[in-house]
Ligand binder design. Structure first.
Ligand code: SAM
Ligand code: SF4
Length: 330
C-alpha cells in the first residue's frame, strides 16, 4: 500500500490519455485558440502501460481513463484490453462525454470495464448546445440508454453553473428517480482554459443541497465510502442516488486517495498543483523502473495537505489556476 506524507493511502490513478476533445464545454475549454499538444509530446500507449504496471506494483488498484475525450484517441479499445490484463488492477473506469461511446458500450461491458461516468449537464437540447457549443445531445442520450441497457454501472457528472443550468438541477436529480444511476453535481472550478471565472457566483455544495431539499425535503444522507469525493444522498423511492462533489470548496482533501497523470506525462499529486514532475521526460531519458519508482515515492512524500496549499505553492507568481480541465482529466 502507498501512503503520502500525511498518512493518506493512495490507490487511485486518474490517467488522462489525450488533451483533445470534440466538445467545447465552456467551463473546460475556450471556444477557439486551443493549442493541442503535438503527438510526440503525448505519452505513448506503451509508456502509459508501463507506468500503470509500475504503479499497480506499488499499490494502485484503481485507474480511471479520462481526457480530453478518451475515445478520440485511436487504439483506445486495444489499450483498455491491455490494461485489463494487468494483475492487481481491480477497477478500470472511464469518464467520457458520450459522443463516441454508444456503439462501444457492449464491448466495454464484455471486456470488464467496471463503470462509466457520463458527463451531462442538462436535459435540454438547446442548453446542451449552449454549454458544449456542439449539437450532440441526442447522441449523448443514446449513449446514456446504451449504458443502462448493458447494465453498465453509470454515474452522471453534472457541473453546476450559476445561471446556466441551475434550472436543470431538479430534472437532473429526477434522472435518478427513473433510472438506476448516480447523479453527481460538481461545483464548477476555474479550470476553463482562460482563467476567467467569477468565484463569488459559484454554486457551492450547501447551496446545491438546499436547492434540492426545496423539492425533496425528505432526502436522506447516505454513508460515504472512505475516499469518496462526493457527499451522497438518497431520495426515498428513487432507483439511483444523488451526490454532490465539493470540488471548488475542497472538502474532501483529508481523505484524498488519488494521483493524476496528464497526457504529456506530468504527475500531479493534487488537482490544484501544476505538476510535480514529468514522468515522460524521465522515461525518455532512459530512466529504469527503479528511477521512476524513486521519483514517484519522493513526490508522495511531498504532497500538499490540501488543494489550497497546492494552489498556493503552484507558482512563485501566485497566478490562479487557469488551465483547461481537458489537459488534466478532471
Ligand atoms: N471529456 C470527458 C468528459 O467530459 O467526461 C472526460 C474529461 S472531462 C475534463 C472530466 C470531467 O471534468 C467531466 O465530467 C467534466 O464535466 C469535468 N469538468 C471539466 N471542467 C470542469 C470545471 N471547470 N469544473 C468542474 N468540473 C469540470
Ligand atoms: Fe471535452 Fe470533457 Fe472538457 Fe467537455 S468537459 S470540453 S467533453 S474534455
Amino acid at each position: 500500500m502507498l501512503y503520502d506524507n500525511h498518512g493518506r493511502p493512495i490507490n487511485y490513478l486518474r490517467l488522462a490519455v489525450t488533451d483533445r476533445c470534440n466538445l467545447r464545454c465552456f467551463y473546460c475549454m475556450p471556444e477557439e485558440g486551443i493549442d493541442y499538444l503535438p503527438r510526440k509530446e503525448l505519452l505513448t500507449y506503451e509508456e502509459m502501460e508501463r507506468v500503470v504496471k509500475l504503479m499497480v506494483g506499488l499499490g494502485i488498484n484503481k485507474v480511471r481513463i479520462t481526457g480530453g475525450e478518451p475515445f478520440l484517441r485511436k487504439g483506445m479499445m486495444e489499450f483498455l484490453e491491455r490494461l485489463l490484463q494487468i494483475e492487481g488492477l481491480d477497477i478500470l473506469n472511464i469518464t467520457t462525454n458520450g459522443t463516441l461511446t454508444g456503439r462501444l458500450v457492449p464491448k466495454l461491458k464484455a471486456m470488464g470495464i467496471t463503470s462509466v461516468n457520463l458527463s451531462l449537464d442538462t436535459l435540454d437540447p438547446q442548453r446542451f448546445f449552449e454549454i458544449t457549443r456542439r449539437d450532440s445531445f441526442d447522441t449523448v442520450m443514446q449513449t446514456f440508454h446504451e449504458l443502462l441497457e448493458n447494465d453498465m454501472p453509470t454515474k452522471i457528472n453534472c457541473v453546476v453553473m450559476n445561471g446556466r443550468n441551475t434550472d436543470d438541477l431538479i430534472p437532473m436529480v429526477e434522472l435518478a428517480k427513473d433510472y438506476p444511476v448516480d447523479v453527481r453535481f460538481i461545483e464548477e472550478m476555474p479550470f476553463n482554459g482562460s482563467g476567467a471565472s467569477d468565484k463569488n457566483h459559484a454554486w457551492a455544495y450547501l447551496q446545491i443541497l438546499e436547492h434540492i431539499k426545496l423539492k425533496y425535503p425528505n432526502i436522506v444522507k447516505l454513508e460515504d465510502a472512505p475516499s469518496s469525493t462526493s457527499f451522497n444522498y438518497q431520495i426515498p423511492g428513487f432507483k439511483g442516488s444523488v451526490g454532490i462533489i465539493a470540488a471548488y470548496s475542497r472538502l474532501f482533501c483529508g481523505t484524498c486517495n488519488r494521483i493524476r497523470l496528464t497526457p504529456q506525462g506530468m504527475l500531479k499529486t493534487c488537482l490544484y498543483d501544476d505538476g510535480v514532475f514529468n514522468l515522460k521526460n524521465l522515461i525518455r531519458e532512459g530512466g529504469d523502473d527503479e528511477h521512476l519508482k524513486t521519483a514517484l515515492l519522493e513526490a508522495l512524500r511531498n504532497r500538499a495537505k490540501d488543494g489550497f496549499e497546492a494552489e498556493e505553492k503552484r507558482n512563485q507568481f501566485g497566478l490562479p489556476v487557469s488551465e483547461s480541465m481537458a489537459t488534466i482529466g478532471g
